[in-house]
Design a protein around this ligand. Sequence first.
Ligand code: ADP
Ligand code: 5GP
Length: 197
Amino acid sequence: MSPGRPMTPTASPARLTVITGPSGVGKGTLVGRLLERHPTIWLSISATTRPARVGEEEGRHYFFLDRGSFEQQLASGGLLEWAEFAGNLYGTPRRPVEEQLEAGRPVLLEIELEGARQVRRNFPSATQLFVAPPSFAALEQRIRGRGTDNEAAISRRLARAQVELAASSEFDAVLVNDDLEVALLELEQLMGLPSLA
Ligand code: ADP
Ligand code: 5GP
């Protein structure tokens, strides 16, 4: 363990939860509802080189960085995990996660597959959940319905979705987001949270 990184994966075994699943499956929607109901959960804000979508705010949805700044943060060990997704870089700032875990707060990471794999190696005790769509057609409908991505981005995201779906068995549990309310209750159960329904 290098100096300045006192956090060990076993220090807060059950408190780190990773949520992964194909783009458009409804992770953001589910997590948003979960946080409304359980405000003690701390959601990590990622860094990304993706341009902000309409309505997205710096520091609330992401830290929007240019590639140089992202690579600098990566090189200095400032990211807990990172990945390239659909042509952009995404990563989890390390220090805030460590601080929240040290403070005993449940921490949630909403990240893609490669990042989840890195977290699995470094925090083997983290709970890893995979959100799946009821069908691939429903996934495509949701991505298109969201209306935030152009055709090229939609194609990249759907291609990547096939790879992510094929890896779902690596996760501790697969949660099918068909009916949102049902999925929310299941998510609460899987995270060991009291259900407020
Ligand atoms: P992700 O964060 O996984 O990329 P979003 O949360 O942005 O996905 O959801 C993508 C779209 O699907 C949004 O328009 C959202 O309103 C919709 N959506 C989310 N969950 C459901 C659901 N259970 N049934 C139908 N539509 C959903
Ligand atoms: P979006 O561009 O739709 O916001 O996110 C694209 C993908 O990047 C999603 O699967 C999302 O979960 C993932 N993602 C967001 N932040 C991070 C991060 O910090 N690390 C990794 N590995 N993936 C992330």
